[in-house]
Design a protein around this ligand. Structure first.
Ligand code: MV4
Length: 446
């Protein structure tokens, strides 16, 4: 096992990894920017190393500075968390060149699944359902028009190097497709340095269902079942839950097995999430693969009892997966609310500043993953998420009631947060009945 791990991240996920390391007897070295210098979670690491000023490009995204910190602290491995450098195959390769283990997939597996055209190719070969569309990248307007005529409108253009909704365009007819395809390719080239675009059938009403998978370096992969993340706004998830409500057992096993097959086919080690869209007849289509631990991993940990962060560290150290597929079972229901320092009454504008009131909830079945303490100042430089409130109970109904109770206890000020929005959502009858899709929240907020 590793003796010492550097954490190339900040906030709640840095704290989550510090905690995992402590329980595993691994020393943790956490990097920080000057904007985070006063953050209390840094004192829970064995060592903290300043890597630069507030702007992420000069600190959390700065590869030479992070590698220098890793060399100086003499770590065996780097945990990238989520965001920042976590999905950068070039960073994973640099870690390898420096003989530092990257806690995540190999640069080859990351490259294969991170490129959406390549990922879809791998998925098709592994008999994982994908949307009908172009086999690879579309070369020109005529080729795009021909495929669209075959699959029928509406179609969606996506950038192969895009993700999380960036670089997408929906087209309802051939005229808009022809102009959009060129613009999309130009934009993709400018934004990602890769102009490859592809098209597929566009599904209007859908749910976002994703499958958590863990792979090891010995060719094994197991899935930890699915999460529903349909409650989102502008491609930012707001609430996640496990299991996904209202899916037939056979469909669920089929999609989860497909996800594990894809991860195995890519010779992937570490934590991965395979995203799918599900239509109203429970047909699944793969969207993309997230090659990192995700924000919403706790809901899966709560229902399976498996520590995803610790397991990711173990497989990076070369250990085989400690679980077989038949050992993985889902118990009860878990829900996560993302607590953001944003004002839901003013178009979710960021609400940075010092938190003088922080009264967190507690009691049975309540977990709070947050780096905030009373007196903590939310820096303006980064993502606005300041914590995640997760509850677990026997049934979905009981979990919703428990979440409503925990949100009622949760008192934060004077900054604005998304807590009041979550309180409203827990009362929403469509949500309580499990009948929502990816456009639900944007419709509600109109
Ligand atoms: C789609 C789609 C409909 N049809 N692909 C958005 C993010 C990226 N992961 C893929 N996305 C979508 N791809 C087809 N063929 C609709 C979306 C989409 C979406 C997907 C998941 C969660 C929220 C979403 C919000 C808008 C659009």
């Amino acid at each position: 096992m590793f003796k010492r791990v550097l954490i190339a991240n900040r906030g709640e996920i840095a704290l989550r990894v510090i905690r995992a390391c402590r329980e595993m007897g691994i020393e943790s070295v956490c990097v920080y920017s000057t904007a985070d210098a006063a953050a209390p979670y840094l004192r829970l690491a064995d060592r903290a190393v300043c890597i630069g000023p507030g702007p992420a490009r000069e600190s959390y995204l700065n590869i030479p500075r992070i590698i220098s910190a890793a060399e100086i602290a003499d770590v065996d491995a780097i945990h990238p968390g989520y965001g920042f450098l976590s999905e950068r195959a070039d960073f994973a390769q640099i870690c390898r060149d420096c003989k530092i283990e990257f806690i995540g997939p190999s640069p080859e597996a990351m490259g294969k699944l991170g490129d959406k055209v390549e990922c879809k190719r791998t998925a098709r070969a592994a008999k994982v359902p994908v949307f009908p569309g172009s086999e690879g990248a579309v070369e020109d307007e005529d080729a795009a028009a021909k495929i669209a005529a075959e699959i029928g409108y509406p179609v969606i253009i996506k950038a192969s190097a895009g993700g999380g909704g960036r670089g997408m365009r929906v087209c309802h007819n051939e005229a808009t497709l022809r102009t959009s395809i060129r613009q999309a390719a130009q934009e993709a080239q400018a934004a990602f340095g890769n102009g490859a675009v592809f098209i597929e059938k566009f599904l209007e009403h859908a749910r976002h269902v994703e499958v958590q998978v863990l792979g090891d370096k010995h060719g094994s992969a197991v899935h930890l079942y699915e999460r529903d993340c349909s409650m989102q706004r502008r491609h930012q998830k707001v609430i996640e839950e496990a299991p996904a409500p209202g899916i037939d057992r056979r469909k669920r096993d089929a999609v989860c097995d497909a996800a594990a097959r894809l991860i195995r086919a890519a010779h992937y080690s570490g934590a991965a999430t395979v995203e799918f869209l599900m239509d109203d007849r429970q047909n699944f289509y793969m969207l993309e693969v997230n090659t990192r631990v995700q924000v919403e991993h706790p809901v899966t940990e709560m229902v399976t009892g498996i520590d995803i962060v610790k397991t990711g560290i173990r497989v990076a150290a070369g250990e085989p997966l400690p679980i077989r597929q038949r050992d993985v079972a889902v118990h009860g229901h878990a829900i996560e609310c993302r607590i953001n320092a944003e004002d839901p009454d003013h178009n979710f504008r960021p609400s940075a500043g010092t938190i003088t009131t922080w009264e967190p909830p507690g009691g049975p079945g309540v977990r709070l993953d947050s780096h905030v303490v009373t007196g903590y100042t939310v820096p303006p430089n980064y993502d606005s998420m300041i914590g995640k409130l997760i509850v677990h109970a026997d049934t979905r109904e009981q979990a919703l009631t428990r979440m409503a109770r925990a949100l009622r206890e949760f008192n934060v000020g004077p900054i604005r947060t998304t807590i009041p929005l979550h309180r409203l959502l827990m009362e929403n009858s469509a949500f309580r009945q499990g009948g929502i899709d990816i456009h639900f929240l944007e419709r509600l907020l109109k």
